[in-house]
Design a protein around this ligand. Sequence first.
Ligand code: ADP
Ligand code: MG
Length: 444
Amino acid sequence: PDDRPLLETVLRGGHPSGNTVTMRWVHKSGSVRWIEQRNVLVQDSGGRLVAIEGIARDITERQQLEEQLRHSQKLEAIGRLTAGVAHDFNNLLTVINGYSDLTLREMLPGAPGRRKIDEVRKAGEQAAALTRQLLAFGRKQVSQPRVMDVNTVVKSNSNILRRVIGEDIELVTCLDSDLGSVTADDGQIEQVILNLAVNARDAMPQGGKLTIETRNARPDETDGAGRSVMLAMSDTGCGMDAATQSRVFEPFFTTKESGRGTGLGLSIVYGVVKQSGGNIVLQSEPGKGTSFKIYLPRAEEPKASSEASPAATEFPSGSETILVVEDDAAVRELICAVLQEAGYRVLKARHGSDALRIVQQHEGRMGLVVTDLVMPQMSGPALVGKLRQLNPEIRILYTSGYADDSITRYGPLDPGIPFIQKPFSSESFLQKVREALDAASVLT
Ligand code: ADP
Ligand code: MG
């Protein structure tokens, strides 16, 4: 119906761009097809229109491919933009959160002003979570896949999940104790579960039930794609009609009022699952509920024993010499302050060549090099390559707010090198530093 006036104009011979037009026709199956039409108007000797000759070509598929291409170009552009913003944000947040941590440590429990700094710290944490979402969307996160157990992620997030869904929704977990392990990034799987939970909550404003189930997939479920692990999240909410179902994974597709929905949740879920080599199946019925089933390929190796890190009451400390390589001055100063406060001797470098010079001139043992991943001129991994030529045993800790293409292009980072995501808390940073210093001799 939308294209009927166009067709009428063409038939009257009144269309300016000649007689080739593209318009939509409704197929007898009810689906809409894109048709490219060339029309030749046949007139009799008196100039009266007596017939129309033409060729009609169904170009629906081409149209869809073009649409997909435009879509992925849009995604790419947004990804670049968000990654750039998130990178700067993460540096700023590292400074805000870091100095809040340091200040809080200096204050006595009842000190005036403590509550205010606490609020700053909390807001900083929320901002950090937001930039993580943005990076996940731009797929610019440093993904650290490892052999892991989906049940553990569900269990360790159950408190957050309960808080997210609220009291009117019952949370039921049905976790297979024989579940195989998968190769994925814990943080990303956590995001998948949280995004699906938030959607389920929004679908059940009057309350209901959210069921999280894990089990090893049956072979018929993955049609020959090899052994998989299934994670299903099902709700008893409003469900979706077919038109909504076909668009839910599109970025920015939302049926929620503005301010409530971003339309990014499911496109992040989709990105993570695809990045892990998995698949999503969506089942939904309006008024009845919705179920998302995620299939992730099973990992062959057994999962690494989860070393329970003892609850540290004191911040881990030490007296080794540590070189800090960071191009952002404020972040560099903060990292150095945190390390010095914990007792370390600290050397600073603004960039890779600075760092190489310091390492060459340094007498005595260099305990650890803490380096940013993304720096102008020489990236973290390039610096590490050169440092290893000088000293194959040298220990490294990467820090980064995001990974740009120069990093992600070569796939995941060298798993032998520890990494900490900016912004970090002083505590988790010092923990990582201690682990890097204490790790058994470097293998590579
Ligand atoms: P947002 O939640 O910001 O709208 P999402 O990408 O997470 O964006 O979801 C897109 C849309 O998919 C939602 O607006 C909603 O219409 C639909 N949807 C997602 N999950 C569910 C669900 N569990 N039940 C019903 N509708 C859902
Ligand atoms: Mg959502």
